[in-house]
Design a protein around this ligand. Structure first.
Ligand code: LLP
Length: 420
């Protein structure tokens, strides 16, 4: 049980005091249910982890790619977060939600001219420039519009972090950013400083996702400072250092992520330490959590339908959703845990495979789920689906996208709820 999840006197799972079985009845399944109290708690933890470092300037930007709806962006606004968007669609959603444009940061490795124009027209705060094409295009567009814009350059530091490990790749084979080791980053810094309509405020890096250690962040920060030292004669001033997102969460019992404060403390120590070493002012530190902000707050409800028991091999329990509402198990072999929401207190004495309803053998949501022996009509609750579930939902087999309910508003039309 996470956040505000409990079991009520009927033996039903409740979230935020609301009976999930009633939610399933009212809105149908599959259904994404968000515990907004837990999202608020995560935002509070980030803010308090930073604010205890007195004198430090910082921003926590919610990476909206993890879950972007108008209601969610309005919550991010209420929580005084900044916002990271990666497309015209995410930017449009943010603007529709009334998010202050100056606190929006725009990412992406191939922003189109239309997207950049929308960003400039909306007056967004910062564009994270990813490549030489964009650097030129953005400067030209600003010149045509007689407008200036703050930018960060996305740097690829040669560090890749995954869960418990980080790897020094030396040179990075990735589509994102300016590589440090081959001179691309230095050239980008020089061009950005010369650009007539761009104000280069600093650097950005993002080293991976679902990270359970801090060494990768520290190593990336150290590398960036090593290069800044080498570029000293360019006159480049690091006013902002954005270290990206990637903070890992507990999907299953065997996951042991760090506390938010542990990540933040190590990042702050590395940035302040390196700045002191070079005799520089400590830059403003930005982070971009997506999964950490919303992952554990989301639960997906399904209705159990058909069964297939292959004696001695496996028992399949099929639900009314699958890889359309959560593609992560099929795409990344991601693991999840589930319970029966209508029989939440009962002993989980059977091991089954939870199958989706798509025409694809790999459409298995949980390969080895421990559940009470279930019947058709039971409501299955899969935990921790708040990040990259709805966001990556698709219409394979022409299945519709499920609704989202949260404490803020309850409606079937998730994207149309809470109109501005
Ligand atoms: N900042 C940048 C530049 C990113 O590319 C990402 C994620 C984030 C922040 C947020 O990362 P988070 O804190 O959520 O780990 N679909 C995959 C995850 C892809 C992440 C892409 N970038 C998944 O479902 O695991």
């Amino acid at each position: 049980m996470r956040g505000t999840q409990t079991i009520n006197s009927k033996g039903h799972l409740t979230i935020g005091g609301v009976d999930t079985v009633e939610l399933a009845k009212q809105f149908g399944t599959p259904l994404y249910v968000y515990d907004t109290a837990l999202i608020k708690e995560r935002a509070r933890q980030f803010k308090s982890a930073f604010s205890k470092h007195s004198g430090l300037k910082w921003q926590v930007a919610y990476a909206s790619k993890a879950f972007s709806t108008i209601a969610m962006i309005q919550l991010a606004r209420e929580l005084d977060l900044s916002l990271d968007v990666v497309s015209g669609g995410e930017l449009y959603t943010a603007l529709k939600a009334g998010f202050p444009p100056e606190r929006i940061h725009f990412h992406g490795n191939n922003k189109t001219q239309d997207e950049l124009e929308l960003a400039l027209q909306a007056g967004i705060g910062t564009i994270i420039v990813d490549n030489f094409y964009e650097l030129q295009l953005l400067n030209d567009l600003c010149r045509d519009r007689n407008q200036r814009i703050n930018i960060l350059l996305r740097i690829t530091p040669g560090v890749e972090a995954h869960t418990h490990e980080f790897i020094m790749t030396g040179h990075d084979d990735t589509k994102f950013g300016f590589n440090l080791d081959n001179g691309a980053a230095e050239k980008a810094v020089r061009l950005a400083m010369e650009a007539s309509h761009l104000d280069l405020k600093g650097l950005h890096c993002h080293i991976g996702s679902q990270i359970f250690e801090t060494e990768g962040f520290v190593r990336a920060i150290q590398l960036i400072y090593e290069y800044i030292e080498r570029w000293s004669e360019t006159g480049f001033q690091l006013e902002i250092l954005n270290v990206g997102g990637g903070f890992g969460i507990k999907y299953v019992e065997s996951d042991h992520p760090l506390f938010i404060e542990q990540y933040v403390d190590k990042i702050v120590a590395a940035v302040t330490g390196e700045s002191e070493r070079l005799g520089m002012a400590v830059p403003e530190i930005w982070v971009e959590p997506g999964r950490m902000m919303v992952g554990e707050a989301g639960t997906t409800l399904y209705t159990v339908g058909a069964f297939k028991d292959i004696p001695g091999i496996r028992k399949y329990v099929a639900v009314d959703g699958g890889m359309t509402d959560n593609i992560r198990p099929a795409l990344y072999q991601a693991k999840y845990e589930a319970i029966l929401a209508n029989r939440a207190g009962e002993q989980a004495d059977e091991e089954v495979a939870v199958a989706g309803k798509c025409c694809e053998t790999g459409d298995i949501l949980i390969k080895e789920a421990r559940l009470p022996s279930c019947s058709s009509g039971d409501i299955l609750a899969v935990f921790c689906t708040g990040a990259y579930g709805y966001a990556m939902a698709n219409h394979y087999n022409r299945l519709p996208k499920p609704a989202v309910v949260c404490r803020l508003c309850r409606t079937r039309r998730s994207d149309a709820c809470c109109p501005p």
